[in-house]
Design a protein around this ligand. Sequence first.
Ligand code: OAD
Length: 258
Amino acid sequence: MTPNDLIHQTAEIIASSRHVVALTGAGMSVESGIPPFRGKGGLWEKFDPMEVAHIQSFMRNPERVWRLLISEMKDILTEARPNPAHYGLARLESLGKLKTVITQNVDGLHQLAGSRDVIEFHGNFAWLWCLDCGDRARTVDIDVNPGRLPPRCGCGGIYRPDCVFFGESIPMQALDRSQMAASSCDLMLVIGTSAVVQPAAFMPLIARQSGAVVIEINPEPTPLTGTTSKLLVQGKAGSAVQQITDEVERIMAARRQP
Ligand code: OAD
């Protein structure tokens, strides 16, 4: 099958679906200038995740984790803007097809592009909270000058990002809602995730076991490919989602013709 056939087939399946859910990962935001975690140019090539992204490393040495990882992420995420893949999913929602986005990303770009029902599986980097008093602060308002790390709340406590570190549980509501979304969809689009981190990677299996079709959009195959997913649209999210959405609009308009 040519790439165009795959785009067309995916669009046909979306146009015939009633309840589409998307699961997105870091690859969704690569074209917004945010590096992925795994693979070429990924963050985990530079850092050992157990040293910079595990809750125990943060609690042992918050200054180090802020300095190595979080300050750099703050600069990158503040600059990032949605790309055509984020806008494409927002358009699919407006067309009444896509009901929910489950994202592992903490960049808030789906909401910025206009998606309204977004489950933030791993939290959101836009907010921090104080380990002592629980006060919440916006990340953009915090000074990440290397001499002043880790940032502290007025009470003297250390701020941490409102993101899920390795070793922490997924927020209960996000997990419950995701499982519900996965089990009630008739199509799950799995976009830009290596599908190796649990429990997020389990959502496509729940969808499949509940009778949904699973389609991946990714330049590379994943452990889901050829087992859980029916199709792999092999390519970058930006152009693939944009082309698929254009095609869905065309098919839906043609079906409305008398
Ligand atoms: P990964 O970095 O593991 O995987 C990124 C995926 O995106 C890979 O499968 C790439 O092939 C694909 N990719 C790269 N460029 C792309 C593009 N332009 N368009 C589409 N896909 C592209 O990211 P995640 O699967 O999101 O968790 O990682 C899952 C979790 O592991 C993250 O949420 C994070 C991380 O450790 C925590 O920090 C708790």
